[in-house]
Design a protein. Structure first.
Length: 357
């Protein structure tokens, strides 16, 4: 495969001519290359995705491959897998699929999270579980911070603060960052106080906690599409847990205001679809467009592209010798959000997907 990619490279506003030969960027024109034109980004990022997982738990290899292909074809060429019970490292041998940065398996308490998802442990074993999942991941560990407590009938933290603090400190000793699934207010406050590096969903954030996140550069992945399902979750739990249902609906109502406050405060925010549980794969363009309703197109695209790549330690521009990871749009996606859900070209190593029209 020989390609000549010509157009405007975002976010640099540079007119570029790039050449791709056999899936790699080269630093000189390639004879016989097919020319592609448009607005160019270096691979989108889905910062909260679960390859190898569906609503029932771990999936087989064929399903995991199909998930990765759906994400790739939507332009997500770098994924932070925020917890999966499947060993998907075999996907790393496929140069035509997204790169995956793993967080090991979710860490949760027995009967305090979705069945078949997590490394389920008692609180006293939290540090050991963090060590185990740190070894299984790629620089991240994922804690389930809160879930419904059936005795209380509402969301409640899973971990005593002192144990969470010790576990996060141990992760940091190992050179690993910790992110946490949190919906409600109490667990969010406790885990930020315990030193967590990232908050997933973050519907329970207060203005005071947002200020702390901005100061400490704690990342937020608001999973806008997923929070849109809160009313469904509330309806499912309402017959037995009416307080939980009321709480979830309240969190959903304020989520847009929470996002806006976080953007205004300067919290580092990244786009994530939460695909693999209740969401299908391949929705990164939709997630970015939904985020843009709150923060504007420029910041939303950065959150799902160049800024997110830097955050995960990957280059935000094509470099000679590197694997080609390019998404090409027919018009400027910052001015036409509609093109985010249908990139004209996706180039992932030796794979080139072209959508005519």
């Amino acid at each position: 495969m020989r390609l000549h990619v010509s157009g405007t490279l975002l976010p640099y506003q540079e007119s570029v001519d790039l050449w791709v030969v056999d899936g790699r960027v080269v630093d000189a024109p390639a004879a016989g290359a097919e020319t592609i034109t448009g607005w160019i980004t270096t691979g989108l990022v889905d910062a909260h995705c679960h390859v190898g997982l569906d609503a029932g738990g771990a999936v087989d290899r064929a399903t995991a491959e199909a998930q990765a292909l759906a994400d790739r074809d939507a332009g997500a060429l770098l994924i932070r897998d925020a917890g999966s019970p499947s060993d998907t490292r075999w996907l790393d041998d496929r140069d035509d699929l997204p790169r995956i940065v793993r967080a090991g398996r979710h860490i949760a308490r027995p009967k305090r999270y979705l069945r078949h998802f997590a490394d389920e442990i008692d609180p006293a074993d939290l540090v050991a579980a963090v060590e185990r999942q740190a070894a299984a991941g790629d620089g991240w560990v994922k804690l389930v911070g809160d879930w419904i407590d059936r005795d209380l009938g509402d969301l409640a933290p899973l971990w005593p603060v002192d144990l969470a603090t010790a576990a996060i400190a141990r992760a940091h000793e190992l050179g690993v960052r910790v992110t946490a699934h949190v919906f409600g207010e109490q667990a969010t406050e406790e885990l930020i106080g315990a030193g967590v590096d990232g908050i997933e969903h973050g519907t329970g954030l207060s203005d005071e906690l947002i200020a702390v996140m901005a100061e400490r550069r704690i990342a937020l992945v608001p999973t806008v599409i997923q929070v849109g399902l809160f009313d469904r979750f509330a309806a499912q739990g309402e017959p037995k847990f009416p307080a939980y249902a009321k709480h979830m609906r309240a969190l959903q109502r304020r989520h847009r205001a929470v996002q806006s406050a976080a953007w205004d405060a300067g919290v580092p925010i990244y786009a994530g679809t939460d695909a693999g549980g209740y969401q299908p794969h391949g929705l990164i363009g939709t997630e970015i467009a939904r985020m843009a309703e709150v923060c504007g197109p420029e910041r939303a695209l950065a959150a799902g592209s160049w800024a997110a790549r830097r955050w995960l330690g990957h280059s935000d521009r094509p470099e000679p010798g590197a694997r080609a990871e390019l998404v090409v749009y027919p018009s400027d996606p910052r001015a036409d959000l509609g093109v985010l859900t249908g990139p004209r070209h996706v180039i992932a190593g030796p794979a080139h997907r072209f959508v005519d029209g």
